[in-house]
Design a protein. Structure first.
Length: 368
């Protein structure tokens, strides 16, 4: 909504509230007029105010005399909301309990977050947002998880995830443990920030994933639904379009490694056991020579590498070549060699894996 339209909406809402308060016999109507002016002034300074907040301020202010012993002002409630991101009523109640002490009120809100965490410890945080940032030759990615998509899609929730990512960047956190112990400018750890977010949302919130990579050239991609993302590191600076295409490929196809050479040994062994067991259960293989069986097992492993190692995967933009062949072709045109040397990928969201085939087609259509 444009500022001028919202200005009119706030004034209209304010006048409606004032009229309602007068009819209902509420005291403090004159003071409510001051609050309308405060809200309008806030629009002038910041350009954005939630209409619900504006009306909540007026309602709280109209009932101010009921809490006169605590000297709680609507403007103070709004100030605490801006400081903590908590709901209007939570801020009002915290200020009442703290007798107007802002520092204590913030502590009360944080304590509420701890209670929420304790009560919802057995819940599963299946939703969330993935955010990334590139700073020089380093790339950062984290997923802040929650229980519902309703909370995950809230702009304030994404802003909180980005605030935590900024702490990661500022402290150059090497891993999740280091991130959780890192502090923001106010001296609060990321662990405390996560707990506070639980209090604000009333849901279980957790740092589901964090990673940092370092390479001569980094690129990132987060899908529009913010549920999955990838950061890649290349051996040298390459055209952004090429980096973007390869990163989208990795996001769509979720490889387990860059190449066969760096595929985790435990993953290869697990796939080998599956192939052996499948061989045993197929009666057609009972009389085949061991050498033939071994070749069949190795064939299945090769197929696994082709499907799950980034450079060996079929290129979603052109099925006639692999990702490795695509980068080799680009490198030949540019001169030199292009290699993906660092990689991490994360998916968040219940049921997302079930849609992976369709998502691959979606990404393919986006990069054409």
């Amino acid at each position: 909504m444009k500022q001028t339209h919202f200005f009119a909406a706030v004034v209209t809402a304010g006048m409606m509230c004032l009229s309602t308060f007068s009819v209902q016999g509420y005291a403090g109507t004159d003071n409510s007029k001051d609050v309308v002016e405060t809200v309008i002034g806030d629009i002038d300074q910041n350009g954005v105010v939630d209409p619900a907040d504006a009306i909540a301020i007026l309602k709280i202010n109209a009932n101010e005399n009921a809490y006169s012993e605590n000297q709680i002002k609507a403007a103070d409630v709004m100030k605490l909301r801006k400081m903590t991101g908590a709901g209007m009523m939570d801020c009002k109640n915290a200020l009442i309990e703290a007798e107007g002490d802002f520092a204590r009120a913030q502590d009360i809100i944080r304590e509420k977050g701890k209670l929420v965490v304790a009560k919802r410890a057995d819940r599963t945080a299946t939703e969330g947002v993935v955010v990334t940032k590139i700073v020089g030759q380093k790339a950062y990615l984290l997923c802040l998880a929650c229980e519902t998509d309703f909370v995950a899609q809230n702009a304030e929730y994404t802003a909180s995830a980005n605030a935590m990512l900024e702490v990661a960047v500022k402290n150059d956190a090497a891993d999740r443990d280091a991130l959780m112990a890192s502090k923001n400018d106010e001296g609060h750890t990321v662990e405390e920030m996560v707990t506070e977010k639980s209090g604000q949302t009333g849901e279980k919130v957790e740092m589901a994933y964090y990673a940092r990579i370092e390479a001569p050239y980094c690129h990132s991609y987060v899908h529009f639904n913010k549920k999955l993302g990838t950061i890649l590191g290349f051996n040298k600076e390459i055209p952004a379009e090429v980096a973007h295409t390869v990163t989208m490929q990795a996001t769509a196809m979720a490889p387990v490694s860059i190449s066969e050479a760096d595929c985790p040994a435990e993953v290869v062994e697990h796939e080998r056991k599956i192939a052996v067991e499948a061989m045993k259960q197929d009666p057609k293989n009972a009389n085949k020579p061991d050498a033939v069986k071994q070749k069949m097992i190795e064939g299945k492993i090769k197929k696994y590498f082709k499907e799950n190692c980034l450079v060996d995967q079929e290129f979603v933009k052109d099925g006639d070549m692999t990702v490795g062949q695509y980068t080799a072709k680009v490198a030949k045109d540019l001169g030199g060699e292009i290699k993906v040397i660092k990689f991490t990928h994360f998916v968040k969201g219940e049921g997302l894996e079930k849609r992976s085939d369709d998502f691959a087609a979606e990404v393919a259509s986006m990069v054409k």
